[in-house]
Design a binder for this molecule. Structure first.
Ligand code: KG4
Ligand code: ZN
Length: 331
């Protein structure tokens, strides 16, 4: 059995986890900084990196304790090295390097997007590639053909904003606070998804959420100028309907093009109930199987890092102590 310690600090969650053989969770510790960033309406990178440094050791300690293991029981230490906020990533990477050196355990670099995909292996114990995975989060939206555990082909991606970013910006305009996704989807339950026909912009399999976000903002401003009342619930429901329509139809179309009948979703936006239900329904209509991670494994966590780290470790994808963090990568 291989025990992997996963470390995740790419954005505003300081997380550590111990996972056995990439699928069985022994511990999952997440210190979320949401409360601190909330008042600024989004993540402040400088605050995020400082907080990671303060919390990371305690979080790792807790992960080992909860799993009832020590460093000597580990096969390797896995850490997110890309993509993300550079200062935040560096906090995790530096800690992982120091630990790897001190406790003499291999260091495994993990791509955050691969990690989101690997969350599906933890929840769905029998899931194996090939499958097509929609990764939708605050920073990314990709439709990825997961050909095998190590071979990823991008079939579609965002041309501008990521869907989570659009949720966050629309929530800000409606005065709902940060992070916008959960707040909008809660309010949407009380609204009519057909109240406003927002655009569903996309370019073939690529997404574009900037235009949709602007359409919502213009709608709100026009109503305000005309001193007409707005229903935040109707706007939330209609916006959510438009975003999920695009995400679902592009993912189903991409799967058809590569003749794949297995669909998965991952990333923070995959916690969205409407997206989960709609994707499941459309997958079924098209004779496809549908997979998604447990809710807790959709948003940033270190279980997924340990999961992806296990796969890299098994293939000998290791890093040396000169490992550096990279903010952006082309995928
Ligand atoms: O994967 P994640 O935790 O961080 C990134 O890698 O970006 O995703 C965070 C994003 C935020 O934009 C948040 O608003 C969105 O995921 N999100 C949701 C929901 N929960 C989180 N969006 C829609 N519906 C949700 N229930
Ligand atoms: Zn993420």
């Amino acid at each position: 059995m291989d025990l992997i310690l996963g470390i995740e600090t790419s954005c505003d969650e300081t997380a550590a986890s111990v996972v056995a053989d990439g699928r069985n969770v022994l511990s999952n510790i997440i210190y979320t900084q949401i409360k601190e960033h909330e008042k600024y309406g989004g993540v402040v990178p400088e605050i995020a990196s400082r907080r990671h440094i303060e919390k990371i050791i305690t979080v790792i300690d807790s992960a080992l304790k909860e799993a009832n293991v020590t460093f000597s029981d580990l096969s390797a230490i896995a850490v997110t090295d890309t993509p993300g906020l550079i200062g935040s990533l560096l906090a995790g990477v530096s800690t992982a390097k120091a630990l790897s050196y001190a406790v003499k355990k291999p260091l495994v670099p993990v791509n955050h997007i691969h990690a989101h995909i690997a969350a599906n292996y933890v929840t769905n114990k029998d899931l194996k590639p090939p499958f097509v995975c929609l990764v939708a989060s605050g920073g990314h939206s990709h439709i990825i053909n997961v050909k095998n555990y190590y071979d990823f082909e991008t079939l579609g991606q965002t041309e501008d904003d990521a869907p989570g970013e659009a949720f966050d910006k629309v929530a800000r305009v409606l005065g709902l606070g940060y992070p916008g996704g959960p707040k909008i989807s809660k309010l949407a339950l009380e609204g009519n998804p057909d109240a406003v026909n927002f655009p569903r912009p996309h370019n073939d399999l690529d997404f574009s959420f900037s235009g949709l976000k602007t359409a919502v903002i213009n709608y709100v401003h026009k109503k305000e100028q005309a001193k007409e009342p707005i229903s935040k619930a109707d706007i939330s429901a209609s916006f959510e309907e438009a975003v999920t329509d695009v995400l679902v139809s592009n993912t189903i179309e991409a799967s058809k093009r590569v003749s794949c009948n297995k669909i998965a979703i991952a990333g923070g936006v995959s916690a969205n109930k409407k997206l989960r239900e709609k994707m499941q329904r459309k997958a079924k209509e098209n004779g496809m199987d549908f997979f998604c991670p447990d809710l807790l494994l959709c948003t940033d966590n270190a279980v997924m890092v340990a999961g992806a780290g296990y796969l890299n470790y098994k293939k000998g994808i290791l890093a040396k102590l000169d490992l550096n963090a990279t903010a952006n990568i082309s995928f």
